[in-house]
Design a binder for this molecule. Sequence first.
Ligand code: ZN
Ligand code: ZN
Length: 320
Amino acid sequence: MTERSPAARADELIDAWEEMSEHVDDDPQTYERLVIECAHELAADRRGPLACRWTLGLVLALPYLSTRNPRDDDFEAAFDAARAADRAQRDAPCTHQGHPFQDNFEGELGNMADVMRDLADDGRSWTNSRPRDAWLCPRNVAGYARVVMESLRPGSASDVPPFLPFRDRYDLETLTAIMEGYPLSRTYDVAWDLSFAASALQSAADDELAGRVFVAAAVAWYVESEGDDSDARELVDELAAAFERAIGLLHDDACPHATHPDLPSDTTQALWVGMHLASARGRAAYETWPEPWAPPLHTALCSAFVAATARDSLTRLRTS
Ligand SMILES: [Zn+2]
Ligand SMILES: [Zn+2]
């Protein structure tokens, strides 16, 4: 049996990495092996021609790695390999105006596996908005390595553009899938997963409060339209208690705004707004890449607006 070349092995793994990125926690044992192999290959060849592919392999592992403990072997191996790749390549000579790692990462992640397939095969047409050589540039590889570092240990590479933390992305995808009527395989009990919105609001710190109110409001709208069984009754009580606590904490007497924009009436868009506003990193991403349908950050964070949203949701829950 002939040993496959590392290049053939890296190409072969793209499908598995893509599956790991989409399924996140379906098959942790397989994903752990994939991450460790990828990290070892990158650490052994951090300046080599395949460094870009191994680094992007770790990027595709980030959704899965957000479910892991920082002391797990694969988590540490991924971080150490990314740090080594960054140090080896970040100061390489380069004439590019910019690099793909500086773009909106949340939008790019879903295309990453296709970009890797295109990079691996000169015969495929190149359709990405950034040139091929900017993807392969050592500084881009170093940039994505820092994205991996920043995701795994926030603060370790804070010069990369902001992105929603993957743990919040995981919750956002779980709730969005429920609201769209197609729960993910990780959802065993819809009411249980929805109750996360109530418990997160119930324990929210001051700077998380706006985001958690909007997440809970989106869930309340969904429950109002969908839920009428006894599980929903318990959920309604939990949500109502969490809104009452939030209203008690919010001061809405000193608002400078003449009007406030509405939250998007689409439940999943309102959920998206809330999940981004619930963390400093999410808020930075929200402000850096504003969505046309989302209210501007400063008015969305206004406590009068947040309090009004909480009171409205509470009223609707009590009359539903
Ligand atoms: Zn470059
Ligand atoms: Zn205001």
